[in-house]
Every structure is written in structure tokens, then in C-alpha cells.
Design a protein around this ligand. Structure first.
Ligand SMILES: CC(C)(COP(=O)(O)OP(=O)(O)OC[C@H]1O[C@@H](n2cnc3c(N)ncnc32)[C@H](O)[C@@H]1OP(=O)(O)O)[C@@H](O)C(=O)NCCC(=O)NCCS
Length: 326
């Protein structure tokens, strides 16, 4: 076994900014309601001709530049997304080719907003076991295109963006421990029902908007708080660490109140937690790598820091990774 570390980070969000006041024009909602219930002020939405791979590509280029690497130096490309360019081929294949590394391993991972946590665990394992020396891991989403434009309960929540990290084999090991979990017994809590093999899109689906995101917000809220806490505790226990050892918490940015509740239980002061939900909303699998890229960029994450990445989402699914920044 070898170790793994992150040698480059980068993120990209579309130019178009939708603030809460813009949403007031389209829905029976208010800046005050959105801010107090979610902590969101703005989100970035992709243009009509921007697809998930375009965002992923922009973030990937930045991460490669940060790592001072050429795309051909990378052995495998992984895109975590719930809304790929196509049902197939995988978005990662498109990204790798456009980067100029067409003959490498490339695949997508779909586990909704937990995507980056699962992706980091899988990619780290591939590097630590010696299968690949370098992996480009990307979280990228364009969920503004998948929300139900008639549902104010979900349409206000999601933003678009991408974050990328370059993982590389290393003598010292950044990967300290991971906890992943899923419970598929209640898919109706958070799903897109139509468009897969169970319910191909038909006229009824289009009429009832079952080809768009459906969420039971209150249930998901309760689940999210519980699982963020449990997953963080478990990942730390596997790493032989305690809450007191954590220097930086980088949570999935779904709701400021969910993050606050988890921080309270974990007894973490707010300056230990990276929160950018005000600017981006919920960017699903992209939210954690975007937050990491920003925090590395402005010095909130420093060499030697112990980080906990924690997320949750559709599945239902959840996970946390304890990580030493080198
Ligand atoms: C979605 C969420 C913000 C809603 O907040 P909430 O406090 O639970 O609100 P509720 O869903 O109970 O709705 C309360 C009221 O606000 C209304 N409401 C919903 N969206 C609204 C909006 N955008 N503006 C104004 N009112 C809204 C509801 O219709 C409801 O009205 P009613 O009481 O007359 O029926 C919250 O449940 C949440 O964040 N859940 C977790 C979502 C999440 O994290 N999803 C992603 C997982 S990766």
C-alpha cells in the first residue's frame, strides 16, 4: 500500500447569478424566507448551452494547472454527478477527451449529493492500492436544469458548478478514514422518478413533472442532521481521532441550518467550518470540492490540517472522510 494526497484543486461556476430577489419574480417566495430557511442568497445557473461536462472541464483545467500537471499525466478520470450530459456515455469520457487524454480510464459515479465523498473514497483506494498513480476526481452538476420550475420548495435550492481535485500517490497518507452508507428503502423522499428504466419519460411524466426533482424537504432535513453527525463520528473513530482533532469541517452545502445543527453537536466553532452556501446554493456533488478549492485558495486549509468532508443526499446516502492536508 502507498499513501495518497491531493496535489491540485480547482472550481468553476457559471457566470449567470440568480439571487433571491430574482426568484421572487418567478415564485411566491421571498428573500427573507429563503435566507432564514436555507442560508442561501445567490446561486449560479448554467446557460442553455452549458452542460455538466463543460463545467467539469473548466474545474478540471484549474485543478491540473494548480497541480502543475498535464492531462496526460493522469491515469483515470472520475466525474461524480447526478445529471450527466447523457444517460451514456459517461461524462468523464467526454471530459478526458476534451482535456486531451483520450485513452485513459474514465467513468462516472452517481450517488447524488454524496457523490464527492464516495468518489474520494473510491479514488483514494485506487491510488493507495497501486492501481493508478494519479486520478482526477470531479464533482459537477447542472441541477438548475433538473428542478421542477413550478415547485418553489426545490427550485430555489439548487445551483450549478463543478469542483475538481488531483489525487496522487504519496509516501505520507492523507486518507485517514471513511464512512459510507445508504438506505434505498424510501427513494420517494428525494428522487427524479421518470427517465429511467422503471418509468421512461412519457406524456404523463412531462405533464406531472415526474422527470424533475421531487423532495420531501422536512424528512430529508431530519435525516441529514442525523447522518452528518453519525458519519463524522464514524469516520473519525476509524481514523482513531476525536472531534477535538478536527481543524476544518467541509460539509455538503444543502442548508445552513443543517450545517449549524451538526456543528453544534460536534462542538465545532463556526470558524472551523467552511460555508459558502450563501453564494452557490446546493450544488450537489460539486459543493464539497468547490468549498475545498475556495478554502485552500484563501488559506483556510493549511498543510498539517485535519479535515472532515461530510455529505448526504439522494439514496438516501451519506458519508464522511477524514483527511490530513499535506
Ligand atoms: C426545503 C426546506 C428549506 C424547507 O424548509 P422547511 O422549514 O422544512 O419548510 P416546509 O417544507 O416545512 O414548508 C413550510 C412552509 O413553507 C412553504 N414553502 C416552501 N418553499 C417555499 C419557498 N421557496 N418560499 C416560501 N414558502 C415556501 C411551504 O409550502 C410550507 O407552507 P405551508 O406551511 O403553508 O404548507 C427544508 O426542509 C430543507 O432544507 N430540507 C432539506 C433539503 C435538503 O437538504 N435537500 C438536499 C439534500 S442533498
Amino acid at each position: 500500500m502507498t499513501g495518497v494526497k491531493i496535489v491540485g484543486v480547482g472550481h468553476y461556476v457559471p457566470e449567470r447569478v440568480i439571487d433571491n430577489f430574482e426568484l421572487e419574480k418567478w415564485f411566491d417566495t421571498s428573500d427573507e424566507w429563503i435566507t432564514t430557511r436555507t442560508g442561501m442568497k445567490r446561486r449560479h445557473w448554467a446557460s442553455e448551452n452549458e452542460a455538466t461536462s463543460d463545467l467539469a472541464l473548466a474545474a478540471a483545467r484549474k485543478a491540473l494547472a494548480d497541480a502543475n500537471l498535464d492531462p496526460t499525466d493522469v491515469d483515470a478520470f472520475i466525474v461524480c454527478t447526478v445529471y450527466p450530459d447523457y444517460l451514456f456515455p459517461a461524462t468523464a469520457c467526454i471530459v478526458a477527451s476534451k482535456l486531451g487524454a483520450p485513452n485513459k480510464a474514465a467513468f462516472d459515479m452517481e450517488i447524488a449529493c454524496s457523490g464527492f465523498i464516495y468518489g474520494l473514497t473510491v479514488a483514494s483506494s485506487l491510488v493507495r492500492s497501486g492501481v493508478y498513480k494519479r486520478i482526477l476526481l470531479i464533482g459537477a452538476e447542472t441541477l438548475s436544469k433538473l428542478v421542477n420550475p413550478e415547485d418553489r420548495g426545490t427550485a430555489i435550492l439548487f445551483g450549478d458548478g463543478a469542483g475538481a481535485v488531483v489525487l496522487e500517490a504519496s509516501e505520507e497518507d492523507s486518507f485517514l478514514g471513511s464512512e459510507l452508507g445508504a438506505d434505498g428503502s424510501k427513494p420517494q423522499l428525494l428522487l427524479v422518478e421518470a427517465g429511467g428504466s422503471r418509468h421512461p419519460i412519457d406524456e404523463l411524466a412531462l405533464e406531472e413533472k415526474t422527470d424533475r426533482i421531487h423532495m420531501e424537504g422536512r424528512e430529508v432535513f431530519k435525516f441529514a442532521v442525523t447522518k452528518m453527525i453519525e458519519a463524522t463520528d464514524s469516520a473519525l473513530a476509524k481514523a482513531n481521532l476525536t472531534k477535538a482533532d478536527v481543524d476544518v469541517l467541509i460539509p455538503h452545502q444543502a442548508n445552513k441550518r443543517i450545517i449549524d445543527a451538526a456543528m453544534k453537536y460536534l462542538e465545532m466553532p463556526s470558524d472551523k467550518c467552511v460555508i459558502n452556501i450563501e453564494e452557490y446554493g446546493n450544488t450537489s456533488a460539486a459543493s464539497i470540492p468547490i468549498a475545498l478549492s475556495e478554502a485552500v485558495g484563501d488559506g483556510r486549509v493549511k498543510p498539517g490540517d485535519t479535515i472532515v468532508f461530510v455529505g448526504f443526499g439522494g439514496g438516501l446516502s451519506w458519508g464522511a472522510v477524514a483527511w490530513k492536508w499535506q
